[in-house]
Ligand binder design. Structure first.
Ligand SMILES: [Mg+2]
Length: 279
């Protein structure tokens, strides 16, 4: 898998795909075992553990908010905990910060902490770092590709260029792809270092693809937004029904795509399923 500087366009068609929760089954385990439990520990919410974890998982995995930035997810969670009376800390400073920036990161949070000495901001950073440590400790064999991904990419790669578009960091994505034997079926990997997913697709379009000959595969509404912003096609991988989605792409959608038959009209049926699945 090359970075964009070494990328060479070989085909008129381009298949872009998200990694986590789309090609690699790593998203659910991260939320179930890392994000939620670390929040319970950081805010001492053991008494409400089940309710709290359920709320976190709903927001991050099973609703239209699926795939949101971790710090935005935390803003929802803290608001919920505050309303329920589970925490009595002041959350205003954190909420204000979480609402103020288009991109939220640990680096941005560190800068905010340097400006304001606020307990919740510090706890959010401590939580985020604990999450990172716990994610790093998940064994590789638990982050496998969904069944059907390898065959599908192999098939797609014979007719189209393949680009991985991910909000994660490059090293982590490449390692997951290498361990799953997927690297040889992708041409280029574009991650957060290049900006948003929409920015990544935009950059690839500059190589001379026609928007109707580019398709983005993703599991989250943010992937659809990135495709829409660039006027390219979208095919959803449905949360909880990923294997069926990959089967469908392999059996029919990819062929329709390269024959010019998967258009905006055809896409509507899949979008309806996608939105219904996360409602
Ligand atoms: Mg994803």
């Amino acid at each position: 898998m090359k970075n964009i500087k070494e990328f060479v366009k070989r085909h008129p068609y381009l298949v872009c795909l998200d990694s986590d929760g789309c090609a690699i089954d790593g998203m659910t385990i991260k939320h179930l075992q890392c994000f939620g439990p670390c929040a319970v520990e950081e805010w001492g919410l053991g008494d409400y553990r089940e309710e709290f974890l359920q709320y976190w998982n709903e927001i991050n995995l099973y609703r239209m908010t699926r795939g949101i930035n971790r710090f935005r997810g935390l803003a929802f969670l803290l608001q919920y905990a505050k309303e329920k009376g589970y925490i009595d800390n002041a959350v205003e400073c954190y909420q204000e910060w979480a609402d103020s920036l288009p991109e939220l990161s640990e680096a941005a949070l560190e800068r905010e902490i340097a400006r304001k000495d606020d307990e919740m901001l510090k706890k959010a950073l401590s939580w985020s770092r604990a999450v990172n440590r716990r994610i790093a400790a998940i064994p590789w064999e638990k982050k496998t590709a969904f069944k059907g991904v390898q065959e599908t990419l192999e098939k797609a790669h014979a007719r189209a260029d393949v680009a991985v578009i991910s909000a994660a960091n490059a090293a982590a994505v490449e390692e997951e792809w290498r361990r799953n034997g997927l690297v040889e079926h992708a041409d280029v990997c574009m991650t957060q270092e290049y900006g948003s997913k929409a920015d990544c697709i935009k950059k690839l379009l500059q190589y001379g693809y026609e928007p109707e000959q580019v398709i983005m595969l993703g599991d989250a509404p943010g992937d659809h937004v990135a495709a829409n912003k660039n006027g390219v096609l979208f095919f959803p991988i449905l949360a909880g029904r990923e294997i069926k989605s990959w089967e469908e792409f392999y059996d029919s959608v990819f062929d329709m795509f390269v024959q010019g038959e998967y258009d905006g009209e055809m896409q509507k049926k899949y979008l309806k399923e996608f939105e219904g699945n996360l409602a």
